[in-house]
Design a protein around this ligand. Sequence first.
Ligand SMILES: [Zn+2]
Length: 347
Amino acid sequence: MPSMPFRDVIGHVRLIDLLSRSVAGNTVPPSLLFAGPAGVGKHLTALAVAQALNCNQTGPRAQGSGLGAPGSGIDACGTCAACKRIARGVHPDVLLVSPGDSGAIKIDQVRDIVDRAAYRPFEGRRRVVIIDEADALAYPAQNALLKTLEEPPPSSVFILVTSRPDMLLPTVLSRCPQLRFRPLSADDIAAALMARGHNETEARAVAATANGSLGQALQASAGELVESRDLAQRVLAQAAAQSDPARRIDGAKELLTKVAGGASDREQLATHLRAMAVLLRDVEVLATHADERTLANPDVRPALERLTTTYHGERGTRAFAAVDRALFALQRNAGVKLVADWLVLQL
Ligand SMILES: [Zn+2]
């Protein structure tokens, strides 16, 4: 059973502190925008706010190993009936809105929550409306929401969650104080994975290729990402040793290898390519004698050293840019095989 209070949120120390204090001081703004990359904990934080506002047994927020100083914010218990129902998404005063099958949040959905938010909470203290993927609000739906954001019902809090705040109308943005969630550190992700039972080597390898997203790290299982990284490393080494284009295309076949059970060919290739991008960044760190503590893959350092002889300087930069373009092309639905073939010829 998930509990989800502030103490369960990984990272974002400053933001959590701010939110926890505003709950304690009863100064949570009527509308908030949680912006930042996918999979870093924005939705969980929104649930934690809802819990802290409605928990039956809030207490001082635990900071680090001990309890916080007086006035340092409060946290939900995570175990009372209200907390449990919020975590399960069935609390009558915590309304969750997300895009339907169409990929859009419809104007009817917005009208519905706007109506419901006008009433006093049924059981809780504050009604909380969490709009996930708020960038999926079409402009008419955003306009329908705007009036409520301008004159918010006194006991409601609207939290808009998005990785693409640029898709929201300036009028909406101007009504919602924005909290920016940053990518998580590799250390935080590794710690979270270890807490879920992964061993340290696995956890660090996965964390290194997860782009600061715990969601991404959890999605691909540990063994699979390590395989992706090994595979990306082999393809780079092969391209370094081989200038004959026909032979290089063999490397493209390797890039199309499937290691993850459920992932589509497109997702799979994207995972391999992200692993490759991180390796190339590490090679750059070694080649430029930058701070080695920033290496994402220190455990495969000998292999990185070997790659450095080829992929230093301009060729490394070019390869990195090519991987980036390939990832972009994949997002834009370019053919998977075409992208793999093109890429190995650019390395
Ligand atoms: Zn509680």
